[in-house]
Design a protein around this ligand. Sequence first.
Ligand code: ZN
Ligand code: ZN
Length: 738
Amino acid sequence: MPIIRVAIDVPLPTLFDYTVADGIAVGAGQRVILPFGRRQMVGVVMECVCTTDVPPERIKPVIQVLHDSAPLSAGLLDLLRFCSDYYRYPIGQTVLSALPVRLRSDKPVISKPILSYRLTDNGAALDLESFPKRKVVQRRILAKLAEQPCNLAQLKALSATAGAQLKALVAEGWVECVALGASTPSLTLPLQGGGNRVQHTFDNAHILTGEQQQAVDAVTAAQGYACFLLHGITGSGKTEVYVHLMHAVLQRGGQVLLLVPEINLTPQLENYFRSRFPDVNLISLHSGLSEGERLHNWQQAQTGEAQIVLGTRLSVFAEIPGLALIIVDEEHDASFKQQDGLRYSARDVAIFRASQCGVPIVLGSATPSLESYHNAQVGRYQMLKLIGRALAEARLPTVRCININQTVMHHGISENLLREIEQRIARREQSLLFINRRGYAPVLMCSACGWLSNCKNCAGKLVLHLSDKRLRCHHCGYQIRVPQACPDCGNADLHPVGSGTQRIESVLQERFPDARILRVDRDSTRNKRAWQTMREQIHANEVDILVGTQMLAKGHDFPALTLVGVLNPDSALYSSDFRAPEKLFAQLVQVAGRAGRADKLGEVIIQTAFPDHPLFRALQTHDFEGWAASQLAERQMAGFPPFMYQAMLRAEGKNETDVYAYLNQARAAAKELQQAVEILGVVPAALPRRANHLRAQLLIQATSRKVLQQFLRAWQPLLDTLPAQKLRCSLDVDPLEF
Ligand SMILES: [Zn+2]
Ligand SMILES: [Zn+2]
């Protein structure tokens, strides 16, 4: 009887052997239902073998071989094996976590048809010019459907109220809902090989600048694997380079994978690329999709029907048989790194995947990560630069610092900045105030005894939220009502210290009572569609002042915005996390890039106690190169990445002794291996207590990836033998959080 080795979603670093009855065909990549303990589980066949060490009486037969979806390819299985090995994560959990949820269930999947909307004959006969102007969303939907039938997700991307408006249009008899054929998994790919040109409509509205054309030429000339770092300043037209590269790949019948950091940005980008390639099948993959949509889209990529796959980090594991190009946009973004389970970096996995498939990969950013930048400098990647703004009249914003120690401050905003905002309001231009702290104030304090609003479960403080009069912990979610008096001394004079988005909003309301102020943070956008509605308001210039966290910094184009105020950047300058200045620089460049993108000159004002800090100097002169060079020199001296390769062992538990005992034993085991790695001491985590769990960590460093990997392979089996009951432990390779 044939024996198969199966990956199962259990936390053990091994495959499991099963038999298959004679005569039943089974191959690698197929899903099987099997008995596991007393349960029934789904597994993925990793290989078929002839012999096994498992005694014959203990080996069980599989219950069923599933044929509901095409098997995973050998290439994808290899990629997952690599990830399991590199990130030291159990193979079964690695493989299963890469699949859409529906394919992880022990029931065969039934592909349901995806509903699609199209114009009826009456709808097609409507004259949009004479359609009531105030029905903005309905007009937009009709215009969109006149181009092509769309599913609900695509229409919802047009507006927050699309769902309700669509119902109205259906009721009028202008739009109808039809079931497009369910995607049936097929093994025959509609891909064209060789020199066959595939026709698609390409809206080539823009003429490339010289340097954009050079970048496109360099990538299209690549034979096989090559990694390009596309370093383009904000507004230099990286997206246009992507569009032309995609066009070249689509013409040859290939598939493109485009990775983006932010789920919030995908509908926007989806619409944009659809408008440029109106008859190309583009699908998105991200955690915001329903399980059904995700399976459908995943299978569209798998069968080759989807030519463009646009997705967040998880889409790096999509099955894409005709993959011919990978693009990672905003490659420096920390959200490409998964922070639990399989702690992979989608950017790094994408690079491995490109080399595995022998295709080019483009990493794009205005502020490349120092790792990528260094790789380009030493010649491992090829550097492509875009230093001119694509729109000739759009200039880079001017950057100016205000010394907060030499000016009048109003709860976090300087008088000078308020005056600048006033001028913008008078000119009907928008201002944005950037502050990376939500809530009203980061802490409440008693003026008599010095009591502070500490969280009872964490080492952090309870943040004051005035809107619902609560003190809330942003780490563990613990919350209480704001006390009437100090819990320690009874003094009634409690006052907020510092400022968050809500407080800035109220200062502005007081100063500019007639201004339209919009706060954008995780509290104000909790509702799923809220952020989209807000974006529409901003675009329609229905907002004078925006107050927001980093949510506002990413990728949104606000044409009327001419002033950006940065309120409290200083804490990152002297943080214990060596990456904090790098992140701050990237964030500030990004948020500054929101100012003055159209024909208006933008201005950025930074409030700081350190106006002469090299970081702000580099920002003022738009000198990424100089900044990166100084940071890299510091990293080299201090022995940090990219000159070192790191792995972090973390542990947390209710009992401090257990946590430290585990990490100290792990450290002793590491020492005994006597390998060429640096083993640091066991230290408390940056937040040493969270949700009543004590947290500590142990860092390992090596001067080469290979040496570190060798060490980890030897170390991990030892870790698995250590007593770790009641502890949460994780090994993080190439950690980003410290
Ligand atoms: Zn007190
Ligand atoms: Zn807490």
